[in-house]
Design a protein around this ligand. Structure first.
Ligand SMILES: Cc1cc2nc3c(=O)[nH]c(=O)nc-3n(C[C@H](O)[C@H](O)[C@H](O)COP(=O)(O)O)c2cc1C
Length: 374
């Protein structure tokens, strides 16, 4: 081989290497672009569903706006398990059982609580735009019906709080809630059969931590529970924007990662490690609330959802954040022990949330009303 030939060969080997590196960079870059889709605008999508209510003179626009505000309510795993039927002077809220959570919520208890949350937003918004409401609860029928009649508009701090309320899952700053604010929250009007049990004493909060830990260990060790959770997790902005539902990792304070990595993390982390993170969050909060009901039926669940949403709106109006930690109520055995350890008597624990001060977190998405109208 002449010198000239060998130098050509070296050059072509270098060229080949460059080609391989170049192709690698392009495919990794392409994968990152594909996975994270920076051109998709998450905030713009949030604003399109969570903008302030448009007070229109057209009844049909008003009704659609009431539905949009209803969809901003809290709901389990952000499944948005609802459908709305618009009628003359009435709106119906129907369950969307296809969006039920068979593992964590086998009796659709949390599904009906979610419908109650949506109902409360709708009633507060209806009052603000000038409707008096009459609610027919799902005792006989399998839906909620709200009859609307024209009335004087009555805005309220709770109405203003609807697009701002969120489940803020970060660590809180540990500061005690101002006592005048706590008094105002504790004076909130309730629904028949529903009560709020406030836990602010550190020793009692430790009791809550104990049952939270027990329930977390049980849930995180259960593969079927994890599979359902992973199904509703949205690991990237692109995934969240594709479905407009589910739990986007950024809203839980976690980074965006490819699905395979996120799944590995959720299923591969020690249950105790995940439970410890929740215990830390509860300990960073100056208080917790248990929402209880006297009975276990659809109407009680809907009224539970109403009271939770009212409470969360009131907290939001006072710039107090809150987040659910329902695990001790979701695990049947733990629920009974939790009820007796907190001295709730016959009152059935339905929801557990913590509250305190923190910065807001990224907002969760909602499907547009076209997708929830029947
Ligand atoms: C009945 C019910 C149960 C919920 N359980 C939990 C829970 O155990 N842990 C949690 O972090 N969030 C829980 N959530 C909160 C939802 O995940 C949250 O409302 C939903 O993702 C929408 O987000 P947003 O409330 O910030 O708008 C629950 C909500 C409802 C209504």
């Amino acid at each position: 081989m002449t010198d000239k030939q060998s130098s050509r060969k070296t050059l072509s080997r270098r060229g080949f290497l460059k080609l391989v590196v170049g192709a690698g960079v392009i495919s990794v870059g392409g994968y990152v672009l594909f996975e994270y889709a920076p051109w998709l605008n998450y905030d713009q999508q949030v604003n399109s569903t969570q903008r302030s209510l448009e007070k229109s003179s057209t009844v049909s626009i008003q009704m659609r706006e009431l539905v949009r505000y209803a969809t901003l309510a809290a709901n389990g795993h952000n499944t948005q398990p609802w459908k709305f039927a618009l009628q003359e002077n009435a709106i119906e809220i129907h369950p969307d059982y296809a969006r039920g959570l068979a593992v964590v919520d086998p009796s659709d208890r949390e599904l009906w609580i979610s419908l109650g949350c949506a109902l409360e937003n709708l009633l507060v918004a209806a009052r603000a735009v000038g409707y008096a409401s009459e609610v027919i609860y799902p005792d006989a029928a399998d839906f909620i019906r709200i009859r609307l009649t024209a009335d004087t508009p009555q805005g309220s701090p709770l109405f203003d709080a609807i697009p701002l309320r969120q489940n803020t899952r970060s660590d809180y700053d540990g500061q005690l809630v101002k006592s005048a604010d706590l008094d105002q929250v504790q004076a909130l009007p309730l629904e028949p059969g529903i009560a709020l049990h406030f836990v602010t004493n550190p020793a009692n909060l430790e009791t809550v931590v104990e049952y939270l830990n027990q329930a977390n260990l049980s849930q995180y060790a259960d593969k079927v529970f994890l599979d359902e959770l992973i199904h509703w997790l949205r690991f990237t902005k692109k995934e969240a924007l594709a479905s407009l539902d589910g739990l986007f990792t950024r809203c839980t304070g976690n980074p965006e990662v490819p699905r395979w990595l996120g799944q590995l993390f959720v299923a591969g982390t020690q249950p105790q490690q995940l439970a410890d993170a929740d215990a830390r969050k509860l300990r960073s909060s100056p208080g917790a609330v248990v929402v209880t009901s006297q009975s276990e039926d659809k109407t009680a669940w809907v009224r539970t959802g109403q009271v939770y949403e009212r409470l969360a709106l009131q907290l939001t109006a006072l710039n107090i954040k809150s987040a659910f930690l329902n695990q001790p109520i979701e695990v049947a055995d733990v629920r009974r022990q939790f009820q007796s350890a907190l001295g709730l008597g016959n009152a059935l624990p339905q929801l557990l949330l913590r509250f305190g001060y923190a910065d807001p977190m990224p907002r969760s998405l909602r499907r547009p009303i076209e997708q929830v109208l029947v």
